[in-house]
Design a protein around this ligand. Structure first.
Ligand SMILES: [Fe+2]
Length: 197
């Protein structure tokens, strides 16, 4: 019964991003992953810029190959019907394939394991890019992050899956403060535990 109740909860909160039956033409043409890349949290120019700044903060200046990887690591969100679901969770694969073609296996792994969740699924440690990606929130002004996340609707999914940490009754601003603290702390504590390739 609990699982049915949970499924009902998910449908009522994120029906459109997850591919519900009443999906509008706009949402079908621009699923949440595409919206996120075009003008959302993972905006294809702004988000990599914040990751670049976080990389410099953590490790110093990246090489030009690393910069290219920073700019392509989230391209796999394109066309994804969700951000953290089954499809969205596999978003590192696209960028990893491009990095492999361009620069070889070392960079494939850098991009592929930028997702902590994906790395864990494969029994691997996260790559350097994972912690720069997490810490990037420090370089993203709250008002701008929330504006993008609300505009694309992706915040509903993030809030839903994060509700065990931050109750849905809390404001988006409080939720942002919590994830910033959580991401920054994890990046500071765990950025030394990275996959060496
Ligand atoms: Fe990212």
């Amino acid at each position: 019964m609990l699982i049915f109740r949970r499924m009902k909860d998910v449908k009522s909160v994120i029906p459109k991003q997850a591919g519900g039956q009443h999906m509008s033409l706009f949402r079908r043409l621009f699923p949440v992953g595409t919206r996120s890349l075009l003008f959302g949290v993972h905006q294809f120019l702004w988000h990599p810029w914040t990751v670049y700044r976080a990389w410099r903060y953590l490790y110093g200046k990246p090489t030009w190959r690393e910069i290219v990887c920073i700019f392509l690591h989230d391209l796999g969100y394109f066309g994804k019907p969700n951000m953290d679901g089954k499809e969205g969770g596999r978003h590192p694969e696209v960028g990893a394939k491009i990095a492999d073609r361009l620069f070889g296996d070392e960079y494939r792994q850098l991009v592929l394991y930028h997702s902590r969740h994906y790395a864990k699924m494969q029994g691997e440690l996260p790559s350097k890019l994972c912690w720069a990606d997490k810490l990037s929130i420090m370089f993203d002004p709250k008002w701008f992050y929330l504006l993008r996340a609300r505009f694309t609707g992706e915040i509903k999914e993030y809030r839903f899956y994060g509700k065990s940490s931050v109750a849905m009754s809390k404001s988006d601003s409080e939720w942002f403060d919590w994830i910033t603290h959580h991401f920054v702390e994890s990046a500071r504590m765990e950025s030394t535990q990275i996959k060496k390739v």
